[in-house]
Design a protein around this ligand. Structure first.
Ligand code: IMP
Length: 196
């Protein structure tokens, strides 16, 4: 395999996501080199994150010579919002943000939330798409806390570390337990098993 075949492109304009994933990549002993490609992709409104990710992946076809992947995430407040914002997470973050979310659920004593991440990969050696998923359960904090991470991190308390929001963790701590970290580890396992 030559150097070009060993490249894998992460198509994202989100530098936080790229940093989280390259942090994980650098610690793993895999025979691939990760590069960021900030190509504009189309985010459709669909029922599931997987559909959004697949559409994005297909919209890139023909623009990159090699293997590439996108990662899509969503924040689902199962109680009391029946999964909202979910696939609308980006729009809600841009419009009402964390303050707006806290206002929406202010009257409720109890909350249940989860982050879901899907990595959708076009793997050139097999000319096929693959999907890797990760999830983390927790609840919504009563207040905005912490300065690390991005997006909904300052309001998410993971069940396995219920005293800290994601934004109060280091990138390394977050990656160990996060939705993206888990999807990523599944992805790494696949790369190890398919070391062309
Ligand atoms: P995207 O469409 O995957 O980029 O993400 C949807 C929304 O969820 C965006 O507003 C992100 O800021 C937010 N988001 C994605 N991943 C995370 C995360 O790991 N922590 C907090 N917010 C996230």
């Amino acid at each position: 395999m030559n150097e070009d075949q060993k490249l894998i492109y992460f198509v994202t304009g989100n530098i936080h996501k790229f940093n989280e994933i390259s942090d994980l990549f650098n610690k793993e002993n895999v025979d691939y080199i990760l590069k960021q490609k900030p190509i504009e992709t189309i985010e459709i409104q669909a029922e599931s994150i997987k559909e959004v990710a697949l559409f994005k992946l297909d919209s890139i076809r023909g623009q990159i010579d090699g293997s590439y992947f996108v990662e899509d995430a969503g924040f689902f407040i199962d109680t009391p919002l029946n999964g909202f914002p979910g696939v609308y997470s980006s729009y809600i973050m841009k419009t009402i943000g964390n303050k707006g979310i806290l206002r929406l659920i202010n009257d409720f004593e109890y909350s249940k939330a989860q982050f879901v991440s899907i990595i959708a990969l076009y793997f050139k050696p097999l000319d096929k798409n693959f999907f890797f998923e990760g999830k983390i359960h927790g609840k919504v904090s009563k207040t905005i806390r912490g300065s690390g991470g991005f997006g909904f991190d300052p309001i998410f308390l993971p069940n396995i570390m219920p005293n800290k929001t994601f934004a109060e963790l280091t990138t390394e701590e977050k990656n160990k337990i996060s939705h993206r970290g888990q999807a990523w580890r599944n992805f790494i396992k696949f790369l190890r098993e398919n070391n062309y």
